[in-house]
Design a protein around this ligand. Structure first.
Ligand SMILES: [Zn+2]
Length: 604
């Protein structure tokens, strides 16, 4: 944990991404900023105060094209400033460049907000013929219409927009409390003293192979969370009540309909994920918890033990160079074009592999329009990181294909499916690894990785957040207020219901609702399992049927934001109007756990 990281300037260029594809140098970036300001002035001069009276479809489309061009320029400068910052957050130049860019973007956003609102006032027949004149923009017009139905009086919208920093306070204060104010005490384990922080608990101690370290860390961590439970509950209650009030103001029957509206799915799809997983996945995961306890020789299985690796002693290593072979072999099944597309990530330096001081942790992929994905990782040489890379390349390829085939304004996919292309790649990679090496320990490692990383994260951690959220919003819909006592009880009930007698829901587990920023992002948590359901179904179809299934999958990826989640899945040959894909996915998870049990018998 105490390895010394190099400075950004000391990192070999081959391990960094190439931001020159965005702007060749600082002067080009400055020119980019100037261009954005110019385009904004032109848009304002050409259309401010004039949109509502436009009578020709061609004029509407002229406006939309100019608006879209500006948004693409903003997307470029925003990405450049943020990506450059994310690899060295200690560098003053990068920090000030980001601040300057963000301030400019915020200012422009308010200058051009008239476009969206004024389009709602255009004669509906004109809007209709504009939409028909360029069907690729259909989804953009639908969005305007959807928002128009729930729009408030223009003066009220203005007040709400002006108040938005205040309305965002619960989330802002939550992050501050968590990262700036919460001070965690050192804890004792194994005769040693260990320093503790929010991040070190979540990323390290929570997964530590020593039961004593894990459990003592959990105890100390929970004790500190508890000091803040009333404050954080008040913040969270504020967030939930705000959403309920907004739902009412905008004419939604319930807060659920309000929060699901822009995901383009109805309540039944949301409920199905939660109900079916709570009932049908739970027995499989309880077996997995028992297997973990048995393999590790634990006296009891507690909530603090759930994230440990099944075989912590087995940790295959891989270099960046070697990762190429795994990615190439794992994703070849998606056809030559897809394969060649993602392999460009190496030659064209899409990925920032370096580990250096000041770099953002975790992994992400950002895809400036019609350029290529930029993927941030911190490569430490574990085979598990090849899964992360395959995942992020799934996002990069999805956006590359989607952007090749859709105008910018039709590229944003529903949250419901955004994790499908990425997790599908994880599935395909693991299937390929399993076919390459039949050493039982390696086989167990791959299968266990799928459970402890992919499925645990998406189908358990986030799903149990979603189950808790549903209870919370139901109370809010009934006019109840939420206190720490109420929230702790809901969280504990959800955990006990899922884990039954297989896991001891230790004191402190009920505070899990304080650990994730997801609760401030509406109904986001359940979408992880929704995306992975589509991914599992797609990867199995690809394995079973080969080329026709690949063709369908690529067609779905190219559709981008132009289709609803149900339609996206239909293009991929999957019917999410039924519960079959989810039932199949749960059965598949069960079959992996069967194999883990058998392999563990063999290896014991
Ligand atoms: Zn992802």
């Amino acid at each position: 944990m105490s390895q010394v990281l190099p400075l950004r300037s000391e990192v070999p260029e081959s391990l960094t991404w190439n931001l020159k594809d965005l702007f060749s140098d600082e002067a080009a970036f400055e020119a980019g900023l100037a261009k954005v300001s110019e385009q904004t002035d032109e848009l304002v001069a050409g259309f401010a105060g004039k949109i509502a009276s436009l009578q020709e479809a061609a004029d509407i489309m002229r406006l939309i094209h100019a608006y879209e061009k500006l948004l693409i320029s903003i997307d470029r400068i925003g990405n450049y400033a943020y990506l450059s910052f994310s690899v060295d957050m200690t560098d003053d130049l990068r920090v000030s460049r980001l601040q300057k860019t963000e301030a400019l973007i915020a200012q422009i956003a308010s200058q051009i907000s008239f476009v969206d609102s004024d389009l709602m006032d255009v004669n509906p027949d004109v809007m209709k013929s504009a939409a028909e004149s360029e069907p690729a923009y259909q989804v953009f017009f639908e969005g305007i219409e959807r928002r128009r139905r729930h729009r408030l009086h223009p003066e009220t919208e203005k007040v709400l927009a002006a108040l938005s920093p205040a309305l965002e306070l619960p989330h802002t204060v939550y992050e501050q409390a968590k990262h700036a104010d919460m001070a965690f005490p050192d804890f004792q384990a194994g005769g040693k003293t260990w320093p503790l922080s929010f991040v070190s608990f979540e990323n390290d101690y929570n997964l530590d192979a020593s039961a004593e370290i894990r459990r003592e860390a959990f105890k100390a961590f929970s004790a500190t969370l508890r000091h803040y439970q009333n404050t954080v509950a008040a913040l969270y209650n504020g967030e939930v009540q705000k959403q309920k009030i907004m739902a009412g103001l905008r004419g939604f029957d319930s807060v659920f309909d309000y929060l699901l509206d822009d995901q383009k799915v109805d309540r039944s799809l949301f409920d199905r994920q939660i109900d079916l997983i709570l009932q049908e996945l739970a027995p499989h995961m309880r077996r997995y918890a028992r297997l973990l306890a048995k393999t590790h020789g634990l006296d009891r299985m507690t909530f603090a033990d759930l994230k440990i690796a099944l075989d912590a002693g087995y940790d295959p290593k891989v270099t960046v160079e070697e990762s190429k072979r795994y990615i190439s072999s794992g994703l070849r099944v998606l056809g030559q074009d897809y394969h060649d597309l993602v392999m460009q990530a190496y030659d064209q330096r899409w990925v920032d592999f370096a580990s250096n001081k000041g770099k953002s942790t975790g992994g992400f992929c950002s895809s400036p329009y019609q350029l290529h994905g930029y993927i941030l990782l911190s490569w430490t040489g574990r085979l598990s990181e090849v899964f992360t890379l395959a995942h992020e390349l799934g996002h990069a390829a999805h956006f590359a294909l989607n952007q090749q085939h859709q105008p910018y304004l039709a590229t944003e996919p529903s949250l419901y499916l955004v994790e499908a292309p990425s997790t599908c790649n994880e599935m395909l990679l693991s299937q390929d690894l399993l076919s390459q090496n039949d050493d039982p320990r390696f086989q167990r490692w791959v299968l266990a990785s799928m459970i402890q990383n992919t499925y645990f994260h998406n189908f358990v951690t986030h799903l149990l957040e979603a189950a808790y959220q549903r209870e919370v919003y139901q109370l809010a819909d009934q006019g109840e207020f939420l206190t720490a006592t109420v929230l702790n009880k809901i969280k504990r009930d959800v955990l006990e219901k899922f884990w039954g007698d297989a896991v001891e829901i230790t004191e402190g587990a009920e505070l899990t609702w304080m650990r994730q920023p997801h609760y401030y992002m509406g109904l986001y948590s359940y979408t992880y399992s929704a995306g992975l359901t589509i991914a599992t179904a797609a990867s199995q179809r690809i394995r079973r049927e080969g080329e026709p299934a690949v063709e369908d999958w690529l067609t779905a990826l190219k559709a981008g934001g132009s289709v609803s989640p149900v339609e996206f899945a239909r293009l991929a040959g999957i019917d999410i109007n039924t519960d079959q894909p989810l039932r199949d996915t749960i059965a598949y998870i069960g079959s992996i756990i069967d194999q883990l049990e058998t392999l563990s018998e063999t290896l014991a």
